[in-house]
Write a protein that binds this ligand. Structure first.
Ligand code: DON
Length: 576
């Protein structure tokens, strides 16, 4: 214990000892220098699936100590901020969708906000040309981080002390952990950007290239996490951490102020809930487009018996492409932060509207995007990462969290050791100008002080017979809703195992650009059938990294839990 004291440089050592004893949490349960990757794990009591083995195992250790799914999701996210710095974060934001054992559907919005001094045209030059380098890299690209507030807000539903949930991440940051080959490649690939966009050299930069098995130590990050552990929200949004963020902003010409940080709050929202073939789908509402897009896409195919067309048949794929196209056209026109703009959610999700949307669908023929304008919806009288968690008590939690691009803005807060997001690029910097995911938007998603940028993140829970059945989500920018859509259709309609549903090749259409993106292993025969129908196809290496947890119930009793991690990355499934 003495060693841990010295290593942690603790300010309130007795408190920590107390928490560690209560929770029985020590680093020994997860060996950070030696770990393997599991793609499938089965259990009866709890499961975590996330982008990194150490993070999933930290989450599982919390479940084993009697923590619930909320506790585990918090600890997993803190751990991801250390072991998966490309997307795991405390300098970004995210969304949580959950279903509790009391039968309550929850969604928590901890999306970043535009700083108070942000303005509509801040990324345009004097001639009105977009300056995308500024919305995508460096200090000006960052929104006010929401993650710590979100984790704090979700802790309302947890059982263990908050400090105990931060502790494993502190240890991973302070003592270091072995990086994977993928992380080494990724850090090496970003070295020039880390040098360019930082005012102080971050822990991610070293003289020789990183290689698999190297130890990444992040002492500044450990100190920041320690302040969060000891002071909660204030450990991040006020005091030393806030001071370091603002100093960093001053050095690099960013906009986040002490007031922006102090005033940030997460928001509990009313989730989007809809029925699909007798299943209840629970999704994230604005400012994520994810839940509404899912509802639109699933409802547009619901009465068309896609199962009889066959998995990856040209007919089924074409139908899904066309509903994707139509939903994304609405995204570009109408969707944004409902605290600032009126989004006609009711109309956009109504059965009549969605039927009408499919009136010009022609089987076997592409409908060009310049024909598919956004639907008429008059105002109604209006590198990301996902984790899925289930516990023995019957709670399930689905969280997608992000810095936006890989390593966000690439800027690490000097002395505080964490990366800031480049989420400002998710706003529409100018009507019709594509962001880094090629997505266009208009007034609904224009920049305004304190506004949240539109997201595509789609943490989702599906209930069957009123019991949690699937916990799903993925990263992938604008491809997120289409990946979750396809994963659910694969399971529900094509009766695939979770593993197949996750790993089968994905495709994506987002209205503009008018092209279908397919993964490299997407069947060539289907591709040429689609080309004959008039689709332009482009290859895209990989789409998403989907994590699925599936629960089976015998009456009211939890019978089995299957945890599945995507083959596409270091993603790791754990269960017990
Ligand atoms: O909120 C969004 O939609 C994006 N910032 C998500 C970014 C993302 O998924 C990047 N990862 N591949």
């Amino acid at each position: 214990m003495k060693i841990i004291y010295r290593l942690l440089n603790l300010s309130s050592r007795w408190m920590v000892l107390f928490f560690m004893l209560i929770a029985g949490i020590t680093a020994a349960q997860v060996n950070p220098y030696q770990y393997t990757i599991n793609k499938v794990a089965n259990g009866t009591k709890g499961a975590v699936s996330s982008a990194h083995p150490l993070a999933s195992e930290v989450g599982l250790s919390i479940l084993k100590k009697g923590g619930n799914a909320f506790d585990a999701s918090i600890a997993t996210q803190f751990a991801l901020a250390v072991v998966y710095p490309g997307a795991g974060n405390i300098g970004g934001g995210g969304f949580l969708v959950a279903y509790t054992n009391m039968g309550k559907a929850i969604s928590i919005d901890y999306r970043e906000k535009a700083p108070g001094s942000a303005s509509r045209d801040m990324y345009l030059d004097k001639d009105g040309n977009p300056l995308l380098n500024l919305s995508q890299n460096g200090h000006l690209a960052s929104g006010v981080p929401g993650t710590v507030a979100g984790l704090y807000a979700s802790h309302k539903y947890g059982k263990l002390p908050f400090a105990a949930l931060v502790q494993p991440a502190i240890e991973l940051a302070y003592k270091g952990f072995s990086i994977t080959a993928a992380e080494a490649r990724s850090l090496n690939g970003s070295k020039a950007a880390f040098i360019k966009y930082n005012t102080m050299t971050p822990a991610f930069v070293k003289a020789n290239p990183w290689k698999a098995g190297d130890t990444l130590v992040q002492k500044d990050l450990a100190a920041t996490l320690t302040r969060i552990r000891d002071n909660g929200m204030k450990g991040f949004y006020e005091g030393e951490t806030a001071r370091l963020v603002v100093e960093e902003m001053k050095r690099g010409g960013g906009k986040i102020s002490l007031d922006d940080l102090k005033n940030y709050s997460a928001a509990e929202r009313v989730p989007i809930i809809f029925d699909y073939k007798g299943h209840t789908v629970i999704g994230m509402p604005m400012p994520s487009s994810g839940g509404l897009l899912m509802q639109q896409m699933m409802k547009m195919i619901e009465d068309r018996d896609i199962a009889s067309m066959g998995f990856h048949s040209p007919e089924a794929v074409q139908l899904m492409i066309e509903v994707e196209r139509r939903a994304y056209a609405d995204r570009a026109e109408y969707m944004g932060d409902q605290d600032f703009v009126k989004v006609p959610v009711k109309r956009l999700s109504s059965e009549g509207y969605l039927k009408e949307r499919m009136n010009d669908f022609v089987p076997g023929k592409a409908t060009p995007s310049d024909v598919v304008k956004p639907g008429r919806a008059n105002p109604e009288s209006d590198e990301t990462t996902h984790l899925s968690v289930a516990d023995q008590y019957g709670n399930v939690v689905s969280v997608t969290t992000t810095l936006n691009g890989g390593y966000g803005s690439k800027t690490v807060v000097g002395g505080a050791g964490f990366l800031l997001n480049n989420e400002m690029d998710d706003f529409s910097v100018k009507p019709g100008v594509p962001n880094m995911f090629g997505a266009v938007g208009k007034e609904a998603n224009a920049i305004a002080p304190g506004k949240r940028m539109l997201s595509s993140m789609t943490p989702t829970v599906v209930l069957k017979n009123k019991k949690p059945w699937l916990v799903v989500g993925t990263p992938g920018g604008t491809t997120i809703p289409t990946s979750v859509f396809q994963t659910l259709v694969n399971i529900i309609d094509f009766k695939q195992t979770s593993t197949d549903a996750v790993n089968n090749p994905k495709f994506h259409h987002q209205w503009l650009p008018d092209q279908v993106m397919v993964e490299n292993d997407f069947p060539k025969t289907v591709q040429s059938s689609l080309e004959k129908m008039g689709y332009a196809i482009t290859n895209r290496g990989q789409i998403g990294r989907t994590e699925v947890i599936k629960l089976e119930w015998k009456g009211k009793k939890l019978f089995s839990i299957e945890s599945v991690a995507d083959k596409r990355g270091d993603d790791h499934a754990s269960a017990y």
